[in-house]
Design a protein around this ligand. Sequence first.
Ligand SMILES: C[S@@+](CC[C@H](N)C(=O)[O-])C[C@H]1O[C@@H](n2cnc3c(N)ncnc32)[C@H](O)[C@@H]1O
Length: 270
Amino acid sequence: MLEADKVFAGSIPENYDRHMVPLIFEPYAADLSARAAAFSPGAVLETAAGTGVVTRALASKLSSDARYVVTDLNQPMLDFAASRQGPDSRITWRQADALKLPFDDGAFDLVCCQFGAMFFPDRPAAYREAKRVLKPGGHFLFSVWDRIEENILADDVTNALARIYPHDPPRFLARTPHGYHDKALIHRDLEVAGFSDVTIDTRAEQSRASSPRIPAVAYCQGTVLRSEIEARDPGGLEAATDYAAAAIAERHGHGAVAAKIQAHIIVAIA
Ligand SMILES: C[S@@+](CC[C@H](N)C(=O)[O-])C[C@H]1O[C@@H](n2cnc3c(N)ncnc32)[C@H](O)[C@@H]1O
């Protein structure tokens, strides 16, 4: 992962929430929030909460006296999340690095994190922090994307951009969001951090959009891929997006698009 891969700021929060969230994050947020609520936690910490897709799904499922602390490294993502959430006295918004959590030992029953671990520069360190702030027996519930070849539209866009920039292809999607899918490595990182009881469930969903242009805009303009395209060609974002849309249309047709996405959902007990 490059340093720039974890900077979700500028126009990214709004574009991420508008385009990426409905395309690939909502189905997994519904699943993760149901799994989280099934533990009936009294005190919940969410890390790398982004624009709050899990927060919106989970808050309504928690008990009226629950405490829900929602964090992200990037304040602009958290500001966007807070602006989309109705008033809720159970929720505290706080900027925090998952590798250095500003919370006491044993403060939470559940730590949850959807599609954040791929961005952590030292995963065992982040997992040690999750374990430290959990009560003994508490649950660490998180998800990561499977390899890019199992996530069809992300792969299509990456391959299309490689044809435009053959000498320096923008590899953000393959490198970072889809760069941490090895289940044996995830197990090992959790064990190094002190978790012993680990289960990993691989779950496929469908990513759906009403036209090929929607996923092209989502990936090219709502992720760090945008900065990678602009770095190669400052005025080239629209042309690159059009090219990616044409590549998706060629493979999936010009109408509504549906394609496989796949992720690992992990539960570890502290
Ligand atoms: C792909 S987004 C996922 C956001 C959200 N959980 C979702 O499902 O839409 C990754 C998030 O990780 C955050 N992030 C990156 N590095 C982080 C760190 N060290 N600690 C906490 N959050 C981090 C980013 O700011 C971004 O919001």
